[in-house]
Design a protein around this ligand. Structure first.
Ligand code: SAM
Length: 254
């Protein structure tokens, strides 16, 4: 996969992708990530990327010309329509986009090339949204100063889903959200720490009991922290009945 990030602050990405799974995926040839300076696609003496908003009001708006030129030079396409069926996605990071989640990450992980456009100031000229991008994506209902941190989040979540990016192929399928639930709780050595003991079942080595305990804990943790997820998760009738009865005290007792 190739990832191109269009930004007015390419240095922001200097070390962001130099750690852990993303670094290894890059070194192993699974992904090539490049940050490009939007100013490189300006044609005027002052390399202007922004201008005042039509209609007045606060702040500046990123101009369309350099963004369109950047996307055209990186993808060969002048508008989103031309990218249908090519495996190329042009993503605008925006608080107004559809909210990024594990499902969207999985969808984008299947792309051949992703171009990420980072907004700044009041955002980008709306013609970018209307004709240039295939996706407008938000990382949550809050407003950042720029699209760069959002791009870093999106790239990290996508890269760990690329086949071979994780040490074990099953790791991603155990993560939170993969099966519609949060992950089960994890413990490691020492078995006892500051008077608190790791659950005995995990120390015992009975794999079917461990699997049952983990599934139940994932269900309980999801009910406690993200009950909204349970509505769509694939639960058996028995699990739904058990969950309806179970008291939260089990968190402290087990
Ligand atoms: N005026 C815009 C609004 O209220 O919708 C906010 C612009 S914001 C200050 C500047 C840039 O940060 C946006 O163009 C976008 O690229 C990025 N950004 C801010 N919040 C974001 C979010 N939740 N998800 C993704 N990108 C975001």
């Amino acid at each position: 996969m190739r990832v191109d990030i269009i930004t007015i602050f390419p240095d922001y990405f200097g070390a962001v992708f130099d750690y852990g799974i993303v670094r290894r995926a890059g070194a192993g040839g699974l992904v090539e990530i490049k940050a490009h300076d939007l100013r490189g696609w300006t044609t005027d003496k002052h390399r202007m990327v922004d201008d005042r908003p039509f209609g007045g009001g606060d702040g500046m708006v990123l101009k369309p010309e350099p963004i369109f030129a950047a996307v055209e030079s990186l993808t060969g396409a002048r508008q989103a329509q031309e990218l249908a069926g090519t495996g190329v996605r042009v993503v605008l990071l925006s608080p107004q986009g559809r909210v990024f989640d594990q499902k969207v990450a999985g969808e984008l992980a299947g792309a051949k090339q992703i171009v990420l456009i980072c907004g700044r100031y009041e955002g980008v000229d709306e013609r970018v949204v209307e004709t240039l991008v295939t996706d407008e994506i938000s990382i949550g209902d809050y407003v950042l100063s720029g699209g760069e941190p959002a791009a870093a989040v999106v790239v990290d979540a996508i890269v760990r889903l690329l086949p071979g990016a994780l040490g074990s192929e099953t790791s991603a399928s155990n993560d939170s959200f993969s099966d519609g639930l949060l992950d089960f709780p994890h413990y490691t050595r020492p078995p006892e720490f500051r008077g608190s003991r790791a659950p005995e079942v995990l120390l015992g080595g009975n794999h079917s009991e461990i699997a049952r305990w983990r599934r139940r804990r994932a269900l309980l943790k999801t009910r406690r922290n993200r009950p909204d997820l349970l509505e769509c998760a694939a639960l058996s009738e028995a699990e739904r009945a058990w969950l309806a009865e179970e008291e939260p005290e089990i968190f402290r007792d087990e």
